[in-house]
Design a protein around this ligand. Structure first.
Ligand SMILES: NC(=O)c1ccc[n+]([C@@H]2O[C@H](COP(=O)([O-])OP(=O)(O)OC[C@H]3O[C@@H](n4cnc5c(N)ncnc54)[C@H](OP(=O)(O)O)[C@@H]3O)[C@@H](O)[C@H]2O)c1
Length: 381
């Protein structure tokens, strides 16, 4: 059977998800063509990717010789909207990925979404942009990907979504004992190997609240019907309960390879010898524990402001991005993260029905205000 080659743009090509997406594309040269690569400042890796994948277009925040490798530099929003592009992998970290994601959807592209901050910030507007332009959003994040896979082929609404959480680096410690943990300790995730920001967000459980907000919009289900359960093995990536009491779960190895490949190939499944497999006989016991939300201040505050809506979720995402950066650079303590994020949220003047531009501005305001609040506190003390 003759198949079309899918033409793909990768945003965040030099990151953890971006490089894994390119690993999949490398394994199927007759199925994918890389039209564009966009990144931040890791120019040496971007150059190697240009040498290998020959994209026609690039966008980078780093310094690169004009026309390097025959590629043309264009604004990201233009690259994602090019007529030849079929699919855009959104794997930029943080708020910077929002406007390119909207540009892709406005141009009717399929958006393979890893960059969860985008949907946290702009939930219903992002879904509306997809609907209006006949675009599709396919989650890459493993938990929403699992729910997406459980819902494929179903015609009835789910009764409940059950998102699994490993519990992060400090799952067996009380919040009050975490005051002096170092960035190196917080970056030791027990089951996943990911970029720095999401690893810290996993340790604070901010990431789990982001997944709840992401799922609320992606699957159009109220917050009240989304639960989180601690599942230490990270093998069940999430579950869906149906009205007849049936529970569907998606299981897989602790690897982003499967969800990324699923989003790239959707709706096909393909054998890929490079991906790890899960052996049901040797995988051992699976445990599920009730999550005590009161132990995780970031989870609680993120859900509270995620539910309030308006521009609060954008400020939440921006404030968290700045606070995680301050922690990684040794400027604040791990336990200062929720306090600083809350301080920023509490001085924000919410806009209840914001435009895309107001959401983008609010995220930037969240980043800048958090940095300013931190600076003020260091001057006072
Ligand atoms: N890693 C995972 O397993 C995983 C799983 C689920 C969801 N996600 C989500 O996927 C997204 C990416 O995560 P990651 O772990 O891959 O992050 P990462 O390893 O830190 O990579 C981030 C990518 O974004 C680029 N970037 C950073 N700031 C940018 C900016 N201002 N403008 C343009 N590009 C910028 C980086 O470029 P340079 O490196 O060149 O500076 C890099 O390519 C996050 O939203 C995360 O929550 C990740």
């Amino acid at each position: 059977m003759e198949r079309n080659i899918k033409k793909v743009v990768i945003l965040g090509s030099t990151g953890s998800v971006g490089t894994q997406a390119l690993n999949i594309i490398r394994a199927f040269p007759d199925r994918f063509e890389v039209v564009g690569l966009c990144n931040g400042s890791n120019t040496s890796l971007l150059k190697r990717q240009i040498d290998e994948f020959n994209p026609s277009y690039i966008n980078t925040l780093g310094e690169i010789e004009p026309g390097y490798g025959g590629s043309l530099s264009l604004p990201v929003e233009e690259i994602v909207a090019l007529p030849e592009v079929d699919s855009v992998v959104a794997a930029t970290v943080g708020c910077a990925g929002m406007l390119p994601a909207f540009a892709a959807l406005e141009a009717g592209k399929t958006l393979a979404l890893a960059n969860k901050e985008v949907i946290v910030m702009s939930g219903h507007l992002l879904m509306e942009a997809a609907r209006r332009n006949n675009g599709v959003i396919i989650p890459i994040d493993s938990e929403p990907s699992a729910i997406w896979q459980c819902l494929e082929g179903e015609v009835s609404d789910p009764a409940r979504l059950i998102i699994t959480a490993s519990g992060g680096a400090f799952r067996d410690r009380s919040w009050s004992s975490l005051h002096d943990v170092t960035p190196q300790q917080a970056l030791q995730h027990p089951t996943w190997d990911m970029g720095d920001k999401i690893t810290i967000d996993s340790a604070t459980l901010m990431n789990k609240a982001f997944e709840v907000i992401e799922s609320r919009w992606l699957f159009d289900i109220p917050f009240e019907r989304i639960d989180v359960t601690i599942h230490r093995q990270s093998i069940v990536h999430s579950m869906v309960e149906f009205s007849d009491g049936s529970l569907k779960a998606q299981l897989g190895p602790t690897s982003m390879g499967q969800p990324i490949q699923h989003a790239l190939f959707h709706p096909e499944r393909q054998s890929n010898k490079n991906l790890p497999k899960l052996d049901a006989v040797t995988m051992g016991s699976l445990t599920f524990e009730r999550m005590d939300e009161s132990l995780y201040p970031c989870f609680q505050l993120a859900l509270e402001y995620g539910m309030k809506g308006g521009t609060y979720p954008a400020v939440l995402a921006g404030a968290d991005e700045a606070a995680v950066e301050l922690f990684l650079n040794g400027h604040i303590k791990f336990t200062d993260i929720p306090d600083l994020v809350l301080k920023t949220l509490s001085i924000h003047k919410n806009i209840s029905e914001p435009s895309v531009e107001e959401i983008s501005d609010s995220a930037r305001w969240g980043i800048e205000s958090t940095l300013a609040l931190h600076k003020q506190s260091t001057i006072v003390s």
